[in-house]
Design a protein around this ligand. Structure first.
Ligand code: KG4
Ligand code: ZN
Length: 342
């Protein structure tokens, strides 16, 4: 089966074509990504209406390129998967309306994909078998959730952020320090030049008994600390690196503490990482070390680096696993607040 997948939930236009056989073997035929980073850098974050305009411009081009890369004709596509939510509503609608028109024109079945589930399922591209139940930590610019994966398609959200997402905290803290968007990769690069603990920042909610997060207090602490420094220090490379190392460690400490607590409480066999922040090298390294110290026998799985941030393949994986749950093109709709589980 050849699955065409469309992803426009945030600031990357993704079109992928994935071939999947009945034995669960996947072959990536095309994975086209059109990034809008340069556009949003000017605003210091994603500006939804500029993102929508860019998706409208880029999607038809990315679609043609994907067909060409895959050497596949429109007729050969068996199924179309499109991200229906969660995400930025104006952006989601671009992918949804494009899919509606294409599905009608080609008479192809459509699957409405959940973006968060896509961040989980993309891990099956490189791991044929994942022992369940698993715990998924999905950390991106828009979401921070701890999800119990009972089965594929059967999820329970154990905890989530009450305000800013982890990636959003990286991005906003970076902006305060005068670093470009997106802040996560910038902070992680600078953090390598120093070590945490030179400056002290809070770890909000680290000791609460739930699995929820709160990152807006950390962002405020970064702002207050930075404003207190004199202008010369604010631009000092050593100071910026020390701040970067401490911001990164504060976020990692909370993410790991809550994830390991949930993994132990629910006695899971696997921890799955996903979302843009899962590209963070320190997060992955420290999670592996601490999981091995604190938990008996848990396998840690994380996506290939280019599958951490948004891409069309994650949507294609939703199409594959939910290929029997098709939607009529006219019934497709974007839902900015779509939930992956109860
Ligand atoms: O999953 P994603 O591409 O888009 C959303 O669904 O939000 O995640 C983007 C987020 C941004 O906030 C970005 O700063 C963060 O992922 N990010 C990172 C790293 N690479 C991307 N955060 C920390 N370390 C990284 N290496
Ligand atoms: Zn995402």
């Amino acid at each position: 089966m050849k699955i065409l997948a469309i992803e426009t939930s945030c600031d990357d236009t993704g079109v992928a074509i994935l071939s999947a056989d009945k034995g669960g073997n996947f072959n990536v035929l095309a994975n086209v990504m059109s990034s809008q980073i340069e556009i949003h850098r000017k605003y210091g974050g994603v500006y939804p209406f500029a993102a929508k305009r860019e998706h409208q411009k880029n999607l038809p081009i990315a679609y043609k390129k994907a067909l060409k890369d895959a050497n596949v004709t429109e007729k050969e596509i068996d199924l179309i998967a499109v991200t229906a939510g969660p995400g930025l509503e104006p952006c989601l609608w671009v992918g949804v309306t494009f899919t509606q028109e294409l599905a009608k024109k080609l008479s192809k079945p459509v699957v409405a994909a959940n973006h968060i589930e896509g961040h989980i399922l993309v891990n099956y591209l490189t791991n044929k078998n994942i022992d369940l139940p698993a715990l998924a930590l999905i950390v991106s610019g828009g979401h921070t959730q701890i999800i119990l994966v009972k089965n594929i398609g059967d999820y329970k959200i154990l905890g989530e952020t009450r305000d800013d997402a982890a990636g959003e905290c990286f991005d906003k803290a970076a902006k305060i320090l005068g670093l470009p968007y997106p802040g996560g990769p910038e902070i992680s690069k600078l953090a390598e030049k120093s070590e945490p603990g030179k400056i002290s920042l809070p770890r909000p909610m680290i000791n609460t008994k739930d699995y929820d997060f709160s990152f807006s207090g950390l962002k405020t602490a970064v702002l207050y600390h930075h404003q207190k420094q004199d202008k010369k220090i604010q631009k000092d490379k050593k100071y910026i690196s020390q701040m970067a190392a401490e911001i990164q460690q504060a976020i990692i400490d909370v993410l790991i503490k809550k994830t390991l607590k949930a993994a132990a409480d629910y006695d899971v066999k696997t921890i799955i990482l996903g979302g843009g922040v899962s590209a963070n090298h320190e997060l992955k390294t420290q999670l592996v070390i601490r999981a091995h110290q604190e938990l008996a026998d848990v396998k840690i799985i994380f996506p290939q680096i280019d599958h951490s941030t948004d891409n069309g393949l994650m949507t294609a994986m939703c199409g594959h696993f939910h290929q029997k749950e098709t939607t009529k093109p006219q019934d497709l709709k974007a839902d900015a607040n779509l939930r992956v589980g109860s």
